[in-house]
Design a protein around this ligand. Structure first.
Ligand SMILES: [Zn+2]
Length: 429
């Protein structure tokens, strides 16, 4: 039987942050069962009514929980995953929490959506950013260059030289979006001290320069998300954690950046997590979306009718069930490295579509680095690395990803100074 969150006071849950579809609260009360936990609730657009469940119809556990327990835990050791449990809730409690937290939410989010108070279940997770100490959230993004095998002659040179993230950043600047221009994920994934340092410095500079609007880096101190600015005083809570010997005398931004980097650098160099993420991303995306699209067309071309265009990538493909994904992961773990991906078989089309869907989850997840102070220890911090937001993606997006890929490449072709991104793993192979 899941715990019932309504037994706690809603005022014991403090607003932390929110993304596109969910909102997170940290427990600050004294019930043992909930100490060290965070509550993740689904949101719904303001223009829509709350989700309704017919009487007697039981709401399923949040898909995130089932997806993690049945799929992700086979791919990522549970030591690097948050604990996720289902908890019961109700409308009255959720509406009270929504009312209490509304003014803490950013105005642009409030204009768009609200807590879905119709839900009866929510997700209780390990609280990775609250409590003593501080935490860093990094969205590392795509950590590999594609194999040239399935790329067209127009894209091969480009895609094997400039990584997908760097090319996408360029497109976003042409569309005036806030962007992490200059950050190359391949530096962060490289395992090389100088390159990881460079990636962290760039992420830090972008974080400060964009006042925290670009979401590839976020910093939390005792549950508060910092809102950085060019003024060092905006970073005072972080300075108090990492440079405690200067309580009154605020360090300048460069000193802080160096202390920040030198604290988390060893953690990023030691952890197997980044390598694991990029390995799964690369293997799941073995054909690149271009190769996947070619395989799809080949398999779906109506027989004897070469003039009739085949359906677009993913059209008519049902969202895979958990059972299908489980079966897929079993084959992936047993056979993927021995399959001939240079000459994919149309009989494996579904395998490659599901693989691409999972690659998208791994390309879009975040990593939380947590530093909890240790009293009188040899090391000042107990550090940990956890992967979060490994959510299942919708199969409807396959065609959109294909179109976005074309758009990104088109905007990058002919650029006088394309970035030269080094894929360390590929170089070593
Ligand atoms: Zn790059």
């Amino acid at each position: 039987m899941p715990s019932n969150i309504t037994a706690t006071s809603s005022s014991d849950w403090k607003y932390i942050s929110e993304g596109g579809s969910s909102i997170v609260f940290s427990y600050i009360g004294s019930a043992d069962e909930f100490i060290g936990t965070a509550l993740r609730l689904r949101k719904i657009e303001n223009k829509l009514p709350y989700t309704e469940y017919a009487d007697g119809k039981e709401e399923l556990d949040d898909p995130t929980i089932l997806f993690q327990h049945r799929i992700i835990e086979k791919l990522v050791p549970s030591a690097y995953l948050p604990r996720l449990d289902s908890v019961q809730t109700d409308r009255e409690w959720l509406e009270l929490l929504a009312k209490q937290s509304e003014e803490k939410r950013p105005a642009e989010r409030r204009a768009k959506d609200r807590i879905d108070a119709g839900r009866r279940k929510a997700v209780l997770a390990t609280d990775l950013v609250g409590g003593l100490g501080w935490a860093v959230e990094i969205k590392p993004k795509w950590g590999f260059l594609p194999s040239p095998q399935h790329l067209s002659k127009d894209t091969a040179q480009l895609k094997t030289r400039s990584c997908r993230f760097c090319m996408h950043s360029h497109l976003k600047t042409t569309e005036s979006e806030d962007v992490a221009l200059g950050y190359c994920p391949l530096d962060l994934y490289s395992g090389d001290k100088e390159r990881v340092t460079k990636a962290l410095h760039t992420l830090w500079d972008i974080w400060i320069g964009s006042s925290g609007k670009v979401n590839n880096l976020r910093v939390f101190v005792e549950g508060h998300m910092l809102k950085p600015s060019m003024s060092p005083s905006s970073l005072q809570p972080l300075a108090a954690q990492i440079l405690p010997q200067n309580p009154d005398d605020l360090p300048d931004l460069n000193t802080l950046r160096d202390a920040f980097t030198s604290t988390i650098l060893p953690l990023l160099l030691d952890t197997p997590v980044l390598r694991l993420l990029s390995t799964h991303q690369r293997q799941f995306d073995a054909l690149d979306v271009e190769g996947l699209s070619a395989l799809w067309k080949h398999a779906n071309q109506p027989l004897g009718s070469p003039d009739i265009p085949p359906p677009v990538l993913g059209e008519g493909l049902a969202q895979p069930t958990l059972e299908e994904l489980e079966a897929f992961v079993e084959i992936y773990l047993a056979k993927h490295t021995t399959m001939d991906h240079d000459h994919p078989d149309t009989a494996n089309l579904k395998y490659y579509c599901l693989a691409y869907l999972l690659s998208a989850s791994f390309k879009d997840c975040s990593v939380i680095l947590r530093m909890v102070p240790v009293k009188d220890g040899e090391e000042p911090w107990r550090k940990s690395v956890t992967v979060i937001d490994l959510d299942v993606k919708s199969v409807d997006r396959l065609h959109k990803w294909e179109q976005l890929d074309q758009k990104i490449v088109e905007a990058y072709i002919g650029l006088p100074e394309p970035t030269h991104c080094i894929d360390q793993t590929r170089v070593e192979v």
